[in-house]
Design a protein around this ligand. Structure first.
Ligand code: MN
Length: 292
């Protein structure tokens, strides 16, 4: 089997704020020359590395904003995220949990630190990953999948090496219950020091890693430290990760949708025309209403 090798390893050096609650490093598509097409079906990765927030009675976060044409996947590693949307839905993404939101034809929402967590303050760490929808599903109805940690499929590695939490897709025959519109694998590899594991995805699947915790060596040759992003080449199927500390690694791999992408801010469609329609619909209140 051919090895999937490393294309580049990126440092988290370009933070910006999303609202006042999310201090993120955008690994794609903005800062490092990795386009939405290159990572398809993944569109955007915002990583809020560990940041301490002092106690606040008013939860910090980002106010009302729309999305159309894709899905947002929010993974809470430390701290807790609350959300609220124009369909009346809302909820809490607790530590270790994942929310898979299909924005599809349109939603207005706000995202902020969970109220009680905000009062205490503490270290906050999360990921938001945007996943594109195939053209045929872009205007389908919005929905949520709340993927609580206890309900995730978990592959226990032998010899106390750790566990692979399967947020979506499949690892060594163990499947997740998460519904995806195109083939996607998304894992949290929670590895004990010295553990070595292998991953295997089709050569043409766009694949990347994010080191959430600890430090690792990939393919027994290159080291990636905490908070670093690793883009893999589409030149083979298999790669290995060796944890040199207790580590958590977010692993994403997916099949290219191979459809044109037209994006502007919170809208990701296939054509310019559909973007204009998205703006018109938004301005005409077709995304519903949500109080700030
Ligand atoms: Mn949002």
């Amino acid at each position: 089997m051919k090895t999937k090798s490393i294309e580049k390893i990126l440092q988290p050096i370009r933070h910006h704020w999303v609202g006042d609650g999310f201090r993120v490093n955008n690994f794609f598509p903005s800062n490092y020359g990795i386009s939405m097409e290159r990572m398809s079906p993944f569109l955007l990765l915002d990583y809020a590395s560990k940041h301490h927030f002092p106690p606040s009675d008013t939860p910090k976060g980002v106010g009302v904003h729309p999305h159309r044409g894709f899905e947002t996947v929010t993974i809470a590693y430390k701290g807790s995220v609350q959300h609220h949307d124009s369909t009346g839905a809302g909820g809490i993404i607790g530590e270790g949990d994942v929310q898979w939101m299909t924005a599809a034809n349109g939603i207005l929402h706000k995202e902020y630190h969970e109220k009680e967590w905000s009062k205490q303050g503490g270290i906050f760490q999360m990921v938001q990953l945007w996943v594109n929808l195939p053209a045929t599903y872009k205007m389908s109805k919005p929905k949520y999948q709340a993927i609580e940690n206890h309900s995730m499929s978990k592959y226990e590695l032998e010899n106390n090496k750790g566990v692979i939490e399967i947020i979506a897709g499949e690892y060594k025959g163990l499947k997740s219950n998460t519904f995806t519109f195109s083939p996607i694998h998304l894992f949290n590899a929670k590895l004990n020091k010295k553990a070595e594991v292998t991953f295997n995805f089709p050569t043409n699947y766009n694949t990347a890693l994010l080191v959430i915790e600890g430090e690792i060596i990939i393919n027994k040759e290159e080291q990636a430290l905490s908070d670093h992003f690793v883009l893999m080449k589409n030149d083979g199927e298999e790669f290995s990760i060796t944890a040199t500390e207790n580590s958590i690694v977010l692993i994403m791999s997916g099949q290219d949708l191979n459809e044109p992408i037209a994006s502007y801010g919170p809208f990701v469609m296939n054509t310019r025309e559909e973007l204009v329609t998205a703006f018109d619909d938004f301005n005409n209140g077709k995304f519903g209403y949500l109080e700030d």
